[in-house]
Design a protein around this ligand. Sequence first.
Ligand code: NDP
Length: 286
Amino acid sequence: MAKQWNFKQELISNFGKPIAENPTQYMIERAFQHHGLDWRYINFEIDAEGLSDAVRGMRVMGFRGGNCTIPNKVAVIPYLDRLGESAALMGAVNCIVRHGDELVGENTDGKGFVQSLNEANIDPHSKRVVLLGAGGAARAIAVEMALAGTASFTIVNRTPQRGNDLVTLIEEKTPAHAELVTWDGDFQVPPDTDIVVNATSIGLFPDVEARVPLDLDSITSDTIIADVIPNPPRTRLVREAEQKGCTVLDGLGMLVNQGVIGFRNWTGVDPDPSVMRQALEEVFGE
Ligand code: NDP
């Protein structure tokens, strides 16, 4: 019998602007190849102006799902059919999944972070967390950790309004407790803190030597330090915390794991995270 050919690939989109330097495409395509899937992941330069048409395009062209990045994570919501639990709580979508005719908005950033904790055998349940920053990454991490049972958050943010918005979100929508400290000078980590998360953009390429204003004498080797910065993975904070003997999580783990969850949502296949991490290490030169 003649071989049955299939010349129609399954498609995944990524809408953002800027988009050309976004490495998720490289990471996901590597996993498609590794798992023998004839799928394609395509970056599209799209902002608010084109977003409605872009999502309509996803529907009519049969895209199986996609990612959304800056500036589309909030703006995309009105064009979707419904939201998953954490995306609804955060009010932000980074992953779109097709279920039949419906496009469902999910947020996998925080789930990716919690998965990184799990991989390091750290259970977020009952933990006391210092969360530096109150932007999109911080909101995603706070909501997902709170849903996983984290007891309390000290939100440390430069701009009080943004910090207050996150405190209100945690207090009103999750069982966790939260308080705000307005960032002024080097922050002293309270002695009963289990985990410190840098969810600011301090240290992101090209400003790689920028210092997170944190009094490192206020942490001990028992403090877990997590940095969300993926580029470079070995940030100044990561290096200094390692020198103190802390358990350290870098931003690549979160980036890989949000991709793993998206991949599984789209394809039903559990991808090999090491293949995806390897692809990112090539991109970021580690
Ligand atoms: P946002 O712009 O939404 O938030 C940035 C946060 O950083 C704000 O809280 C801001 O404070 C704070 N900040 C920035 N510069 C400074 C500074 N010099 N001093 C004190 N605070 C500062 O960005 P996102 O939350 O979307 O992204 C933050 C970082 O997380 C980025 O570097 C991004 O690359 C990374 N990220 C990593 C992911 C991963 O998978 N590893 C996933 C998503 C994001 P203020 O409110 O005062 O402006």
